[in-house]
Design a protein around this ligand. Sequence first.
Ligand code: SF4
Length: 417
Amino acid sequence: MSERIREKLSILADAAKYDVSCSSSGSNRKNHNKSLGDAGNGICHTYTEDGRCVSLLKILLTNFCIYDCAYCVTRKSNDIRRVAFTVQEVIDLTINFYRRNYIEGLFLSSGIFKNADYTMERLVQVAKKLRLEHKFNGYIHLKSIPGASNELMHEAGLYADRLSINIEMPTESGLKLLAPDKNRNDMIQPINYLKNEIILHNDQKKLIKKTPMFAPAGQSTQMIIGATAESDKDIMLTADKFYKDFNLKRVYYSGFVPISNDKRLPGLGSSVPMIRENRLYQTDWLMRFYGFNVKELLNDSNPHLDLDIDPKLSWALRNLSQFPVDINKADLQILLRIPGIGLQSAYKIVQGRKFQKLNWEHLKKIGIAVNRAKYFITCNSHAYERRDLTAMNIKQYILSGSSGKNIKNNPYQLNLF
Ligand code: SF4
């Protein structure tokens, strides 16, 4: 690889690391003293739908941008070195890395040069040439450019596995404040177009086998959290709307990283704690796989997620009247609401109780977190005896990992310090 390409790769991979639609950014570990391995610039990992972890080349096509979004390192007013790959350079890098087994695919995003169509056309060319000229069968994720034409979005869908358009901010007012050049409709229009095209292609494929694939891994979006004052409730209501209205595969939540002292942004020392991102992902998971409605988890009385306990436990403690649940009788949907019982365990319980009544030993073998679930269930052996515990007691015992046996001698102590 030439020095010039290496330099561009270093700049454009670094700029891409703020995009979390790939689950992890490239590591900057270097190979010293002939030790083993070297985490190359721009290589990150993401998970496919079937749970496989794949490594991707994650880069921007360019960090030139005509826009000035306050939260973005690539914004035009930021005094940074600007570079751009040519279409052929991205193709060569991808093929090169793929042949060396460094990567299994490409995640390509871009700042916007000239206009949306001009940029999108180049992104599409990369995917198209990789597929048609190089017969590249690896994974391709293209970040689509809001405002690009339907024709280009259509072409992108024919060659990319996944497409994503960032909605950037949880609310329109947040977007107006920090990215005044951008417009929510320019984002929604292509998301809606892609949704309809994906449905159309899937329907056609059922009738005509030769129908070409169209964005087979669907579409996703990303929003930045903590740059504006939206509550967790606002964030998850927006995510819920996008999942429902546009069949998105994933919404990603990217904690704001303070990169400038722009007065519209929180101060330079105020990055979003990782645990907040984590709680949002847990809530997202509960909405998509555990049958929770967002308003059960977050509402006007509880607009923010607990940072010290997960959202399922938090919900259960606010709804103690719905417990204990008999593990040998409860419907699957109810089992999924019990803290300490995950998807797999819930299915195993439903299977296992067909043959015998389940007791604590069975539950342990199934793999449920008994020390957490015991406050919320009964089963075919002695019940967990302390039915007089309050939500606060249970929370304290779960957090401390204590059994709760000595509760009467050890009343909950207010944390005054
Ligand atoms: S349009 Fe995208 S790349 Fe350009 S400044 Fe805004 S967020 Fe950054």
